[in-house]
Design a protein around this ligand. Structure first.
Ligand code: HEC
Ligand SMILES: [Cu+2]
Length: 347
């Protein structure tokens, strides 16, 4: 039998810790260390610069510390030796004042310059740029394209290779919008609007998170950014602007009737539904079947849609849909069939 004691125990412990930490980088494109856009790259450059400077300072201080503590340590031979006193030494004083000033300047110049480059407000948005209004709500995200007059939720679709301007706010409590691979965090507040721009070099799906503790399902307030080519983006917009197609299948039709009774008070199924902003209390489902996930978290499969509709509370504690309707298993099957017809990608 292997005995776990002393060093071996430490080794096993460290190995387990390594496995645990390895899990931290599990999600694809959920890392600030592999930026996929201009904004994210600027932030990584700043992080690397400051880390390099900090390491340099640490190394120099440690070397001086080791040197001084060996050279001037107390020994039998030098029991009563008092080394040369340098208090008030001009050269030294100037050196250790000027060096930190230089280091701070090396940090400050690129940081302030990046801050100005990242800063944006309504006046600074170029006229032909794509603008999207983002609203964080318990526990989902709404994306409104004001110029294109469409509303969608959960998945933010953008074209690659250009700056996309976001105007952000919160619908209920404070949230924070964060796509680690593309850009820094920004708060979404209830009493003011914040602005930022994002940019993606490559097509792909980037993971987003709410980064401000907002309630029991805060950690599940996920969203995705789908970056596509400009042509695909334009096609997507055109599809989203078309009216939602009626289902043809009988089960889905039955589902549509149930939806009209139990769900439409909260959910719209047209991306250009005319209801005012205050009435948009639930995700717009016009392209639900094209989403990456159900409710932002579970893979979009019929089983997971049914699981969500049967017991939303089990998937997202404290969400605002729980307990607002009462459907039989059969009705849930029908509604699921209907929801899965809501696609704008293959029109
Ligand atoms: C009281 C308002 C309300 C009612 C009624 C309601 N929902 Fe919801 N629904 C919500 C909210 C709020 C969310 C977002 C929950 C979250 O992610 O925290 C949601 C989320 C969803 C989602 C996940 C959306 C996505 O983009 O992944 C689906 C699907 C859904 N609802 C379907 C339904 C169906 C079907 C009904 C009717 C049987 C219904 N809802 C009734 C408020 C409501
Ligand atoms: Cu939140």
């Amino acid at each position: 039998m292997i005995r776990l004691g002393g060093k071996r125990c430490l080794f096993v412990g460290l190995a387990l810790l390594m496995l645990l930490l390895a899990g931290c980088s599990g999600e694809p494109y959920l890392s600030t260390l592999t930026p996929q856009g201009e904004n994210g790259e600027m932030l990584l450059d700043l992080m690397l610069l400051t880390t390099a400077l900090m390491s340099l300072v640490t190394i120099v201080v440690v070397i001086i510390f080791i040197y001084v503590s060996t050279k001037f340590r107390r020994t039998k031979a030098k029991e009563n030796l008092i080394p040369k006193q340098v208090e008030g030494n001009h050269k030294l004083e100037i050196t250790w004042t000027v060096i930190p000033i230089i280091i701070l300047l090396i940090v400050a110049v690129p940081t302030v310059s990046a801050t100005f480059k990242l800063d944006v407000n309504q006046e600074k948005i170029p006229e032909d740029a794509i603008q999207i209004n983002v609203t964080g709500k318990l526990y989902w995200w709404e994306f409104e394209y004001p110029n294109e007059q469409i509303v969608t939720s959960q998945d933010l679709v953008i074209p690659t290779g250009e700056r996309i301007y976001l105007k952000l706010k919160a619908g209920d409590v404070k949230h924070a919008f964060w796509i680690p691979a593309l850009a820094g965090k920004i708060d979404t507040n209830t009493d003011n609007e914040n602005y930022m721009w994002i940019h993606a070099y490559k097509e792909g799906v980037y993971y987003g998170k709410c980064a401000e503790l907002c309630g029991p399902s805060h950690a599940l307030m996920d969203f995705k950014v789908k970056a596509v080519s400009k042509e695909e983006y334009e096609k997507w917009i055109a599809n989203m602007q078309k009216p939602t197609e009626e289902p043809t299948d009988a089960v889905a039709k039955a589902g549509q009737e149930i939806f009209a009774k139990s769900c439409v008070g909260c959910h719209a199924v047209d991306s250009n539904d005319p209801r005012p902003e205050a009435a948009r209390i639930a995700p717009n489902l016009s392209n639900f079947a094209d989403r990456e996930r159900v409710a932002g978290i579970k893979d979009l499969t019929p089983e997971n849609v049914k699981a969500w509709l049967t017991d939303p509370e089990a998937m997202k504690p404290g969400n605002k849909m729980t307990g607002t309707y009462n459907l039989s298993a059969e009705e849930i099957d029908a509604v699921t069939a209907y929801l899965l017809t809501l696609s704008k990608e293959n029109q």
